[in-house]
Design a protein around this ligand. Structure first.
Ligand SMILES: Cc1cc2nc3c(=O)[nH]c(=O)nc-3n(C[C@H](O)[C@H](O)[C@H](O)COP(=O)(O)O)c2cc1C
Length: 205
């Protein structure tokens, strides 16, 4: 499954099967920003995910540069509400907050992925599944551009006050994930996978 595609002035070789196996979750990023044009292309590839009724449920808030402060402040406030972080008045908590803030601010881009909730459970699952397919498509496309991502989910995705801090109605919108994005500083080793024969049950009659 190797194909060639023209992207801007560059011709890149796309090998989807190689990308599926080679992609790793990236935990350490270089400081360099990714061009907006490239990020838009990556999310465009993401958007070719299957989507029932062509709902295309994904929405993205991309935080970068000083904009990251909004997201990081909201995350810290949420962790404080949940009780995972203490008040900044406490010296020990203040140190933890400062190092968390510094860590998150050094990641070049954070993409908050959200979708409109459905009251019908089947529809809700269809939208969530489609958003997950969007995320994985985007991760694979990013890998082809030499860009890494970390798919993150944390308790704050259920915090309606965090949603409000980010301008979202938490009753109507579901936060699916926050993707950390940038050029990889270090690519973790491949942990491999369980042979699929251990997971696969074939029923032929
Ligand atoms: C829905 C989802 C949520 C995840 N959340 C986190 C996370 O919060 N923090 C983290 O370090 N990794 C997170 N991961 C990444 C997994 O840890 C990673 O995919 C796994 O270790 C396998 O590594 P690989 O992606 O490099 O193959 C998440 C992955 C998925 C699919």
């Amino acid at each position: 499954m190797v194909g060639k595609e023209k992207l801007g002035s560059e011709v890149i070789v796309i090998d989807i099967l190689t990308a599926i196996k080679a992609r790793r979750s990236i935990h350490r990023f270089k400081k360099d920003e990714v061009d907006t044009d490239i990020l838009q292309q990556i999310f465009t590839y993401g958007s070719y995910a299957p989507t029932h009724y062509m709902k295309e449920p994904w929405n993205i808030k991309l935080y970068q540069r000083e904009g990251k402060r909004q997201l990081v402040d909201a995350i810290i406030a949420s962790y404080q509400r949940i009780g995972m972080l203490g008040s900044a008045a406490d010296a020990k908590a203040a140190k933890t907050i400062a190092s968390m803030r510094q860590f998150l601010m050094t990641i070049p881009h954070h993409a908050l992925i959200y979708f409109e909730k459905e009251s019908d459970m089947v529809r809700y699952e269809e939208e969530y599944a489609s958003v997950c397919a969007f995320i994985q498509n985007a991760q694979l496309a990013a890998w082809e551009f030499g860009i890494g991502m970390l798919w993150t989910i944390a308790p704050y995705i259920h915090d309606k006050a965090l949603a409000a801090d980010l301008g979202l109605d938490g009753e109507a919108m579901k936060i699916a994930a926050v993707m950390q994005i940038g050029y990889p500083e270090k690519i973790p080793h491949d942990k491999g996978r369980t042979p699929i024969s251990e997971k696969l049950e074939i029923i032929s009659e």
